[in-house]
Design a binder for this molecule. Structure first.
Ligand code: SAM
Length: 224
């Protein structure tokens, strides 16, 4: 094996580790092959919920190494310093992160473990993924500072309108901090490019960002 192949196939700590790539290609093709001709003509695309359940496992596996890089490299190095110092402080006002189309939520859960004083919301419209994210959060702790929201991304607005979030927030902070008007960090991982209208979605998420919030978009191992 070449050094590059070893990174991709053998080293789970490498950002390009992607042992599940062949698995993903296989399950995507199996899920979609019959619908492709029609969907290509209509331009509507195939909803994630129509794919085989194995697709979700493959996506989760495929992104593992990259998520670790985001957590350990991007966040500490690229977040604006005003947000980073708050993130690293246990006493500051809590930051609110929102991971849009979070799948099974492992990025939010990893963040929640690393930064227990801050709050991480994962949103997805695929019920089995959100249920699995919630179960894992209960098992891993339970993690009290992570919240999974079953919702269509196109219909998102300010955090105060997320179903059940107000109760969750007040349960965590009692009266100490009011529910924030917007999120401090919104992330889209390997997902914006799959959306039928990415620009409209970005406009929608402007509403859920705080005035000084930042947006992180990753597209196939690139961070923007
Ligand atoms: C390629 S996966 C990425 C999952 C996750 N971000 C990751 O990095 O592992 C795309 C995700 O987007 C979700 N999704 C697609 N359309 C959506 C929509 N309109 N609203 C909310 N979630 C959506 C799917 O259910 C799926 O979990």
């Amino acid at each position: 094996m070449t050094e590059a192949q070893k990174k991709v196939f053998l080293d789970p700590t490498d950002q390009f580790y992607s042992i599940a790539q062949p698995l993903l290609c296989g399950v995507l093709m199996n899920s979609a092959i019959n619908k492709l001709p029609e969907e290509m003509k209509s331009g509507k695309g195939i909803p994630f919920s129509d794919l085989l359940p194995e697709s979700y496992e493959a996506v989760e596996l495929i992104e593992d190494g990259f998520r670790r890089t985001l957590l350990n490299d991007w966040l500490p190095n690229k977040l604006p310093s005003r947000l980073l110092s708050r993130l690293q402080s246990a006493d500051s006002q809590p930051l609110l992160f929102l991971d849009v189309c979070c799948g099974r939520g492992s990025f939010s859960r990893e963040l929640a473990k690393k930064y227990p004083s801050h709050v991480f919301v994962g949103l997805d419209n695929h019920k089995p993924s959100i249920e699995s994210a919630r179960e894992d959060a209960d098992r891993e702790g339970p993690l009290k500072n992570v919240f999974f929201l079953l919702q269509n991304a196109e219909e998102v607005s300010t955090p105060g309108t997320f179903e059940g979030f107000q109760t969750f927030w007040n349960g965590l902070f009692k009266e100490k901090y009011p529910i924030p008007e917007g999120c401090d960090v919104v992330t889209f991982q390997t997902t914006l490019h799959d959306m039928p209208d990415p620009l409209a979605l970005l406009r929608t998420f402007r509403k859920s960002l705080s005035r000084t919030g930042v947006l992180l978009v990753t597209v196939c191992f690139q961070v923007q």
